[in-house]
Design a protein around this ligand. Structure first.
Ligand code: MSP
Length: 510
């Protein structure tokens, strides 16, 4: 059986989730759902990064202990993901004992393998990035991403010999051209690699909120060093070798573009140092921007953006969960930056959902009720719609396969467009009841059935409802694509229900 292991970054638990975190999570969820449709054994991991100074500072600022703060924030993430219909198989919290165990085992192995040594770290640090800078890599002493002052640090730390892996990493990149996608991001990681790697400080004594270093309890691991290992914790590293063997190294890490270096350079090197294969794929997404600015928590603090106004739950209340998911997947190609706006969601809602999909389902269910006694006819085997449907199936399958949900949905919407055009051409609402009308309606119902399957990774709730309205049992998610996404499988003879509009039109002041 084919397997598919997909992960999101684990989000810092310094604050509640926002639309930016939802963006990556919805993409990963839709891809996982697609692979379940393919019949792949699928594991979808997400979670929260609860350690580090940024989280400890946020807790202190709010008057909580780090433990109590992360309890609250983790609950907020779970609540948001449930509201967004995120079907994760595992939700990891880095404070869990299973994670501490895996981290200590993994980094203990690297230590035993001779890739960790003690030295004095002196340099600059950005708490918002949880990242180190040199004067050269900073923006005149300020953080190049956040514009904030950098903290000067001098500590005796344990270091990881990243420099020892330069050649092996270059070889790995050369031998695996699809390790990092899209290619522009691969090139970015590759040029970083080629510019020469320095060893990295991986422990801290100045904070205690972290995973203790097993061989030197005065230190905790630097947050990135514990966080990356979550991808192995969740598949039982150090606890269940069979599970690790089953799921590793074939893995798909979905990340945002600001964390390329950690995932494409540090992480494969760490795996090599621990005697493991590096992850097989890293897919880099762009950022959602508001007025050209990254929609992140730190920016909000600096620039006055009110992220509470654009929390996923607020948008769900306004537009509904499936329209929001559709917008996030359809508006921006994964890998590019995209401008986020309420007007953008509204436009997609009214055009793609209300006018195209909603209208198609309403027309077909109405005519079947008024002219076919509410019973859906079977499709014709040879229909002019068939070729369009087959193109939509093959194009969207190819797009999901290459991690391009936007193109997959575009292909699906072309089928919606041609089905609406087919209805306009035949105008069944003007036809007499009988075989000719049945033929048209059967074809349209079959196209709707296929659209429901192909759109279900994006809009699971609405597609379940469409499935029910055209009289089918179960849900599109129960289907296996190969068997079900085949023209002519709508059985006919099923009760078709005309319900309320799936997407009532919204006014721009809504
Ligand atoms: N905790 C680290 C990741 C550790 S993974 C081993 C971290 N957390 S984060 O909370 O800052 O989340 C980063 C991820 O959230 C990004 O990589 C990206 O996937 C997502 N996004 C956060 N803001 C975003 C946008 N404005 N737009 C798109 N995605 C965004 O880094």
């Amino acid at each position: 059986m084919r397997r598919f292991y997909i992960t999101t970054p684990i989000y810092y638990a310094n604050d509640a989730p926002h639309v930016g975190s939802a963006y990556t999570t919805v993409n990963a969820d839709a891809l996982a759902r697609w692979h379940r449709l393919l019949g792949d054994e699928t594991k979808f991991l997400t979670g929260v990064d609860e350690h580090g100074q940024k989280v400890a500072d946020a807790a202190e600022k709010s008057g909580f202990s780090p433990h109590d703060w992360t309890e609250r924030m983790s609950a907020r993430f779970l609540e948001a993901w449930d509201a967004l219909g995120i079907q994760y198989d595992d939700f990891i919290r880095t404070t869990e004992p299973r994670h501490h165990e895996s981290v200590q085992k993994f980094l203990g192995t690297i230590y035993d393998n001779g890739y960790i040594y003690k030295d004095v770290y002196q340099g600059l640090y950005c708490v918002s990035c949880e990242d180190y800078y040199t004067i050269e890599s900073s923006d005149q002493g300020r953080c190049p991403i956040h514009g904030s002052d950098l903290t000067e640090m001098e500590e005796e730390n344990w270091f990881f010999k990243l420099s020892a892996f330069e050649d092996r990493l270059i070889e790995y990149f050369d031998a695996h051209p699809d390790f990092v996608t899209p290619e522009t991001k691969r090139n970015e990681a590759y040029s970083f690699l080629k510019s020469g790697l320095k060893d990295i400080s991986i422990t801290r004594t100045s904070i205690s909120w972290g995973v203790p270093v097993p061989w030197d309890e005065r230190h905790v691991f630097y947050v990135w060093y514990d966080a990356l290992i979550n991808y192995l914790t969740a598949i039982g590293y150090g606890r269940d070798d069979d599970e690790v063997e089953k799921w590793w190294p074939s893995s798909h890490h979905l990340i945002g573009k600001e964390i390329i270096r950690f995932h494409c350079v540090w992480w494969p090197a760490m795996c090599m140092a621990a005697g493991l294969e590096p992850p097989s794929h890293v897919h880099v997404g762009g950022w959602l921007l508001i007025g050209g600015q990254k929609l992140g928590k730190t920016m909000a603090a600096n620039g006055g953006l009110k992220l509470t106004d654009i929390a996923p739950i607020t948008l769900i209340e306004e537009f509904g969960v499936d329209p929001l998911r559709y917008y996030l997947l359809r508006e921006t190609a994964l890998g590019n930056d995209g401008e986020f706006s309420l007007e953008g969601i509204l436009a997609r809602y009214n055009t793609d959902l209300a006018n195209n999909l909603g209208n198609l389902v309403a027309r077909v269910t109405t005519v079947v009720n008024s002219k076919c006694a509410g019973v859906g006819p079977a499709p014709q085997l040879e229909s002019t719609l068939r070729a369009d449907a087959e193109t939509a199936i093959s194009e969207s399958a190819a797009a999901w396969q290459r991690f391009a949900p936007q193109s997959a949905l575009e292909a699906t919407w072309r089928l919606i467009g041609s089905t609406n055009a087919y209805l306009e051409q035949h105008a069944p609402w003007k036809m007499e009841s009988g075989a000719a009308l049945d033929a048209v309606m059967g074809d349209a119902l079959e196209a709707i059935r296929l659209v429901a399957i192909l759109s279900s990774p994006a809009m699971p709730g609405v597609c379940d409802e469409i499935w029910r309205r055209i009289g089918l049992d179960g849900s599109p998610a129960d289907q296996i694509l190969e068997k079900s996404a085949v023209w002519g499988r709508y059985p006919g003879g099923r009760t078709v229900v005309k319900g309320d509009p799936l997407f009532p039109r919204m006014k721009s002041d809504a």
